[in-house]
Design a protein around this ligand. Structure first.
Ligand SMILES: Cc1cc2nc3c(=O)[nH]c(=O)nc-3n(C[C@H](O)[C@H](O)[C@H](O)COP(=O)(O)OP(=O)(O)OC[C@H]3O[C@@H](n4cnc5c(N)ncnc54)[C@H](O)[C@@H]3O)c2cc1C
Length: 370
């Protein structure tokens, strides 16, 4: 039997498994290795930090019984073998879907004094720390997508609190640079009305235990902080750096249009999701890491590998078209762009919930009609 191993069961890994043609199990043995016994929806991690939401579903409820499940932590990927904390596993085809970690950009103090949203368990810990805050200045470093989704939740949670101050530091002159300026300004005003203080155009130089040193208009300033959350950037998984068969950049590997790692001799290794760096041929830039592209890569790869095993012709390359993005501002408000059109307010929030519902239905094996 052919051995197919998937490492990581987030959006990319599960999308691969859910889209396979299961008739291939006559000739292939499929195994998922994950460091958790449950799938967690990473796009909702900010809800765990702010409201302790349960965003998990046990794999035993999700996986068909002919998929083997191993709960173990991958340590290193070698040619034809995976090394885990407790064992090693040989593979013929490997799908790497290990997700993201936080990027400190080498800034002093970030590792020691900040907290990042990385996985479900670590966000539960952040929630415990958050609940203990009183008379505190809470600082979110980074006004990109995940930082603003977190600050939106916190701003709604603490809007009536006199002793919690929320601050957001961003090096760029605006928040949410991926959206048009009207929408980004709408988001900023909405959050300011809930009491958030923005420090835009402030470059973080160092994080200290009780403050953040920034450069603002050429001058050094200190911004007081009792609890610092780091949402300034993500990279891939450290396992990538520790695996000598890859050439890694920021714990990610550049892949070609078939999702094979570039400069790797083993053509039966595929990398999908946040560990993959894929170039958009039009812009020459790498695609941003999102659940949306992770899901599409998983689906494409499932079709490609199913066809290969069934000896069916499949010569399509992976092509990506962004269908839009919606950033939640907490509660019933969001901004976004869908089908090229800007949306905001309650409508955007409803659309965001529909996108989340689509993945829930897919996990249950139901095809959404929207
Ligand atoms: C707060 C927040 C909000 C976001 N909102 C959006 C959004 O609205 N839309 C969007 O498109 N994207 C969003 N993203 C980005 C999105 O979450 C990621 O791009 C997406 O999760 C990538 O999917 P993935 O499968 O690569 O990784 P993940 O979904 O994170 O899955 C990785 C899996 O690998 C497992 N794993 C990790 N290390 C090991 C190991 N050593 N051994 C075994 N298993 C391991 C993990 O347990 C996990 O299950 C958001 C991210 C954050 C943090």
């Amino acid at each position: 039997m052919l051995k197919i191993i998937v490492i990581g069961g987030g959006y990319a890994g599960l999308s691969f498994i859910k889209n396979l043609d299961y008739s291939i199990t006559k000739s292939a043995n499929i195994t998922l290795i994950s460091n958790t016994k449950f799938h967690y929806k990473s796009i909702l991690l900010h809800n765990v930090v702010s409201h302790k939401d349960d965003i998990t579903i046990p794999y035993e409820e999700l996986l068909p019984n002919f998929i083997n499940f191993i709960n173990d932590e991958v340590i290193e990927i070698k040619d034809k073998v995976i090394i885990t904390k407790n064992d090693k596993y040989e593979y013929d085809i490997l799908v790497v879907a290990l997700g993201f970690s936080s990027d400190d950009f080498g800034i002093k103090g970030v590792k020691e004094y900040t907290y990042s949203m990385i996985n479900y368990d670590n966000c539960l810990e952040l929630n415990q720390i958050l609940e203990k805050q009183s008379n505190s200045d809470i600082v979110i470093c980074g006004a990109g997508f995940s930082g603003i989704e977190l600050i939106g939740n916190l701003a709604n949670k603490f809007k009536n609190s006199k002793d919690i101050k929320l601050k957001c530091i961003e090096a760029m002159p605006t928040i949410l640079p991926m959206f048009d300026s009207t929408n980004a300004l709408y988001a900023k005003k909405y959050l300011e009305n809930l009491g958030v203080e923005f420090y835009l155009g402030c470059k973080i130089l160092e994080v200290k235990q009780d403050s953040i040193m920034v450069e603002n208009n050429g001058k050094q300033e200190y911004i007081k902080s009792d609890f610092t959350l780091w949402t300034a950037g993500v990279k891939g998984n450290n396992v990538i750096d520790d695996s000598k068969i890859f050439e890694s950049k920021k714990s990610k590997v550049e892949v070609d249009e078939y999702l094979n790692p570039i400069n790797c001799n083993n053509k039966n290794i595929f990398i999908i999701g946040d560990c993959a760096l894929l170039k958009d041929n039009k812009s020459g830039k790498f695609y941003a890491p999102t659940a949306q592209i992770a899901l599409k890569q998983g689906k494409y790869l499932a079709q490609a590998i199913s066809s290969k095993i069934k000896n069916k012709k499949f010569d399509k390359k992976f092509v990506y078209k962004n269908q839009g993005t919606i950033c939640s501002l907490g509660k019933d408000c969001a901004i976004g762009i869908i089908g090229g059109k800007a949306v905001k307010g309650k409508l955007a929030s409803v659309l965001k919930k529909l996108i989340e519902l689509k993945w829930d239905l897919k996990l249950k094996g139901i095809k959404a009609l929207f």
